[in-house]
Design a protein around this ligand. Sequence first.
Ligand code: C5P
Length: 222
Amino acid sequence: QRVPVLTIDGPVSSGKGTVARRVACRMAWHLLDSGALYRVLGLYAERQGVALDDEPALTRLARELPVVFREGDGDIQVLLAGEDIGQLIRDERVGELASQVAVLQPVRDALLARQQAFAEAPGLVADGRDMGTVVFRQAPLKIFLTASPEERARRRYNQLKEKGFNANLPALIEDIRARDDRDMQRSVAPLRPADDAIVIDSTHLSVEDVVDRILEEAARRS
Ligand code: C5P
């Protein structure tokens, strides 16, 4: 990759989405939300009536996926065959579909080139699980963002409450622990920091603290 890439990987609810968006904005770089790609594929498969264990069919869908990410002012529109599905893919249910299609290696392979194509001048901030370990192995700056399961559950709890949903904190902590286990133990692209990643534990940091810390690292390297 000639274009500089900054990768931000981490577990669920680590805040990497928000952080990646702000860092990309401050640097005026492009943004890849790779989780959104898996979410779109999960939704597309469901709509096409393809079973989540039908590997050949899912791989075909991953190759043809008619999705467009349109960068606007501070926000990104997600269009599936022209339909704006940005809100829909944030659904908990779609996240579940995403994590099921994401365990299939041929599916991941089919999405690889598509993700790498996001690396355009002047630079790219890529957020996900395997950005630093697989998709952008050559990236000069890799961040692994984490926080304790309790803190991540608390953030998730507040988000849900804000949206007017019911939430149960002990259940959320359990849920996050289970997802961590599944993401880290899976044989395909397991979640782990790249050897050359900077690990940031945000348990006691605000979003702005984390963003500043990453921008400092980026400035030091440029
Ligand atoms: O980050 P987000 O919650 O949107 O990702 C949805 C799901 O997609 C995750 O639970 C994970 O299983 C999968 N994923 C992945 N590799 C990525 C990004 C997301 O396997 N690079």
